[in-house]
Design a protein around this ligand. Sequence first.
Ligand code: HEM
Length: 318
Amino acid sequence: MVTDCVLGLKAESFTDEPSPIMGYIKAILHMPWPSIIYLMIANFLPSIRLFYKMRLIPLPMEHYFVNLMQTAIDARQQQLAVGKQFDRGDFLDYILQLGSKKNLDTRQLTAHIMTFLLDGFETTATVLSQVLLLLGRDEQVQQRLREEIEAHLSDKGIIEFERLNELPFLDACIHETLRLFPLFVARKLCTEPIELPNKKGESFVVERGTTVIVPHCCFMLDEEYFPDPQAFNPERFMQPDAVKMFREQGVFNGFGDGPRICIGMRFALIQIKAAIIEVLTKFNIRLNPKTRKDILYEPLAFVTTLKGGIWLDFEERQ
Ligand code: HEM
């Protein structure tokens, strides 16, 4: 879905001959040690990039993506040449229009597209697998969610796109999953000095140019706000506007916050909801004994994942 919506390319993921793009994106996300260490240092000390720039994407991969981008641009421009307007409404349409306004070359366009591909690919898939994991662990919650979904199915056995947002328990299950598997930290560069009040003493001034690491996982697993924080309890998100309330308290940042909040939030939520509805109406999900019972994160993963992986059994429903 991501390659289709971003570049207009079918990744053919469910065929025997998937496009290599999936493999390349996965390879980029599984960085070697030196690149991870370099990125960690650069987070604390952004100026290191002025003295030493490390290649984070191997050259053959860069060539692959730049060529892919050029092919996609050529294909769109051929459409234009035969009088077709930009009308697909995908990210490539948008970025091409931006590129012609701002005079961006193929490499710069590729960079923007890469951000979108990388941010949009593993994240959604991982969160989807985590929702299924937590549903597999809790049969009661799974059944309650299935009942909510079935009550909204149309005569055709589907839920209309417009009605996807009318399923509060589904929403709550997804947000509770994001709380339990949060993006570890956010990194921000302070652009204006700000005084932060401190309940226990003198307030603290963050100077301009300071790199700030926001430890999302600490807030989202804080028992002051989320009693029994390790428990999967979607009820926490059932009161109206719970997400907004927690976000305003600064304790729920599943998609970040502020002007740089995740640009793909709605896209991701729609994909996850559609997939869960499809799976839950057709299968019972059970935990495979290979899956661990607690929530221990994989320490080296780019996106928060369960150590040892998630193994589930899908039992077809009659
Ligand atoms: C459930 C899946 C997803 C999660 C949990 C997630 C989470 C996040 C988070 C926490 C941020 C950082 C926000 C901040 O710094 O305050 C972010 C940024 C971003 N996300 Fe997502 N994301 C998801 C899916 C997607 C998808 C599907 C796309 C695009 C197709 C996407 C594109 C982006 C982009 C481009 C940014 C950078 C925004 C900016 O810096 O202005 N994300 N995301």
